[in-house]
Design a binder for this molecule. Structure first.
Ligand code: PLP
Length: 412
């Protein structure tokens, strides 16, 4: 009988000993191709030698150098580095440990900077599992059920999911969602009471759905018109995942605040908030913080990760492998049918099905017959998402396509 709390849901029953690149190795001597990558975390692959070296070296210097007590010598270099890779609007940084902590921090900053109480989120969102971030999360009821009451002041708005919508109706759906956003600002949270709108440029847990450009640009336009801040939650979509350093770069927008975690430090628990410096200047010293934020090993891991991700040609591989994957998925769909949508950017891709049961069967088949680890996504659990390490090779993509092809046949 396990002494572990049963609250963690299980994607597999595997017990692993170690990982390397896109692979993990189990206690029973098997190897698995890891297309879950720790839920889009191990951006540089499992235990990339440069990240391991940076972590080991830093562990010998300082494991914990608490930021309120003294400043260690990687805090500023990491902020300088983040400044070079984040959008031009972002030039001041705060560190924490997880995605939820950083999205919650972004809301605290937005409230302080605007002196307004409310936040608009979008349907399909996932921002974390603390009480505030649960209230901001709308992708599935399981994340919230049984935890009420949740904090007030969070207003969900419509998100245009265009899967299954004929191309000539896309603009209509987007315009309708923007009209509903205007209606929300008239009917429930007045602009002068709204601190921020927070959006994942590519919905993650909500189903790997890139926001339509007209929509995200319309959202930012409304923010600008009303003095509302725009927060990009790039916890899952950031750090090269979509083939650009940040997903917002696919759009003609600049965020006021950007939330970063997951891929930032190749798996070491670390997160960062980037914001306009005039906003962080309004965050009174002591009004936010944390014991571990800015941990020196996390900073070392993040610096090493960013060096790897910004090496010439790195993102070219992300884009090429993403195209290879999507092309392969289209070809499988031509032969077998069954996908109701194939979508994604870079290496953040999903295929949608009518039935969640088929998704579960395909994931199980890929695991047991092809030793490939996959996960689902979406409110209905009817999306298979592909989020391999960004160092994935062409052969590894082919292996996964082979696994999907045979699972499609076996589950037809
Ligand atoms: N924001 C987004 C977009 C996420 O995908 C996640 C996690 O999946 C979070 C926030 C929360 O991150 P964490 O699990 O590190 O708290």
């Amino acid at each position: 009988m396990s002494k572990l709390a049963p609250v963690w849901s299980k994607v597999t029953d595997l017990e692993v000993t170690h990982g390397k690149g896109s692979w993990v190795f189990t206690t029973d001597g098997e190897e698995y191709l890891d297309f879950a990558a720790g839920i889009a975390v191990v951006s540089t692959g499992h235990s990339h030698p440069k990240v391991v070296e940076a972590i080991s070296t830093q562990a010998g210097r300082f494991i914990h150098a608490q930021v309120n007590t003294y400043r260690h010598d990687l805090l500023e270099p990491l902020a300088e580095k983040l400044d070079t890779i984040t959008p031009p609007s972002i030039n001041s940084f705060f560190y924490s440990n997880s995605g939820a902590e950083i999205t919650e921090a972004s809301v605290k900053l937005a409230k302080q900077a605007t002196q307004r109480p409310n936040i608009i989120v979008f349907n399909g969102s996932f921002h974390g599992r603390t009480h505030l971030t649960m209230a901001m999360t709308t992708s599935k009821t399981i994340y919230r059920a049984g935890h009420a009451p949740l904090p007030a002041g969070i207003f969900p708005a419509a998100f245009p999911d265009l899967s299954g919508v004929p191309a000539d109706k896309h603009d209509w759906v987007v315009d309708h969602c923007l009209e509903l956003l205007d209606y929300l600002l008239k009917s429930q949270t007045a602009p002068e009471e709204t601190a921020a709108m927070i959006l994942e440029p590519v919905l993650g847990e909500g189903g790997y759905i890139p926001a339509p450009a007209r929509f995200i640009e319309g959202v930012v336009e409304r923010c600008r018109a009303h003095g509302i801040l725009f927060i990009a939650d790039e916890v899952q979509s950031g750090f090269g995942r979509t083939g650009k350093m940040f997903a917002v770069e696919h759009y003609n927008i600049e965020p006021d605040i950007i939330c970063m975690a997951k891929g930032i430090a190749s798996g070491f628990p670390f997160s960062a908030l980037g914001a306009r410096a005039d906003l962080t200047a309004k965050w009174p010293p002591g009004s936010h913080g944390g014991t571990y934020g800015g941990n020196p090993i996390g900073c070392a891991a993040a610096l090493a990760t960013i060096d790897i991700l910004t090496a010439p040609g790195f993102l070219d591989n992300v884009n090429a492998r993403g195209e290879q994957l999507r092309e392969g998925l289209h070809s499988i769909n031509q032969d077998h049918g069954g996908f109701t949508d194939i979508r994604g950017l870079g290496l953040m891709n999903g295929v949608q099905f009518e039935q969640p049961a088929r998704v579960a069967a395909i994931i199980k088949h890929a695991l047991t017959e092809s030793r490939v680890i996959l996960m689902n996504a979406g409110t209905y659990g009817n999306v298979i998402r592909f989020m391999p390490p960004l160092v994935v090779t062409a052969d590894e993509i082919d292996t996964v396509l082979g696994a999907i092809r045979s699972a499609m046949k076996a589950t037809a």
